[in-house]
Design a protein around this ligand. Structure first.
Ligand code: FPP
Length: 232
């Protein structure tokens, strides 16, 4: 990884938990359980290699249409994670925040989320952003609503983007999607205008540090032009 450019902000669509479980004859939730372990290890690795922001797509605005049992199990997993890991995350220097709608989340989980956002480590080593009940279109519509409510008559890209859930967080440099699908699925639409995309066939529960290294190496070789012409 010498001479490798490390992205400041990595976003990940953690896909394929269900397929991973099915291939092993396990219930889908077993894939999500393993997925949480992988997410934690990747967050720890991001600290080691100097990534400042990690945004993970944990639950989309469309995921409510999954069977009630799976939705409940996913939120149960989140609740357990937020309860069990709170102190550990702070000790590691991980500052956890959330993006997405907050009006459809159970009150007890919301309380845990808000507590986590108040618990800011003294020395922040990684900003972990969990997207829960998140949709890129919904994010944009909520931003527009906020502007209307504040009586804005004029708006530009910079003032508009401050009203999005990521606010002043820098745009992702690299977006990774696992499990073979090559689409954005309503993740950070506005913020990924110039993000480099990386797709791998590996299902999220099998994702690991080596695959992240490969993605970063690939990213590092790309010439980011942001629509301009580079002087070679
Ligand atoms: C996609 O796999 C994964 C999800 C919809 C949920 C991802 C959530 C986690 C890994 C847990 C998040 C919780 C914390 C605390 C970070 P899929 O179920 O769509 O898989 P499939 O496409 O193979 O069915």
């Amino acid at each position: 990884m010498e001479n490798t450019k490390i992205p400041r902000h990595i976003a990940i669509i953690m896909d394929g938990n269900g397929r991973w479980a099915r291939e092993r004859g396990l219930p889908r939730i077993a894939g999500h359980y393993k997925g949480v372990e992988v997410a934690e290890d990747i967050a720890r690795y991001c600290i080691e290699i100097g990534v400042s922001y990690l945004t993970l797509f944990a639950f989309s605005t469309e995921n409510w249409y999954r069977p009630k049992e799976e939705v409940e199990l996913l939120f149960g997993l989140l609740k357990k994670y937020l309860t069990d890991k709170r102190d550990e995350l702070i000790e590691l220097g991980i500052y956890t925040r959330f993006i997405g709608r907050r009006d459809r989340i159970d009150k007890d989980i919301l309380t845990l989320m808000e507590a986590m956002e108040r618990d800011k480590p003294k020395d922040i080593k990684l900003n972990l952003i969990l997207a829960i009940d998140y949709g890129g279109r919904d994010d944009i519509v909520r931003a527009v609503r906020k502007l209307i409510n504040k009586g804005f008559k004029e708006v530009d890209e910079i003032s508009f983007s401050k009203f999005l859930d990521l606010g002043s967080v820098p745009d992702p440099d690299l977006l990774i999607r696992t499990a073979g699908e090559k689409r954005i699925s309503n993740f950070l639409l506005w913020n990924i205008a110039y993000t480099e995309l990386y797709f791998t066939d590996v299902c999220w529960p099998d994702f690991n540090r080596d695959i992240l290294d490969e993605a970063i190496e690939d990213f590092s070789k790309r010439k980011r032009k942001f629509g301009r012409i580079l002087n070679e």
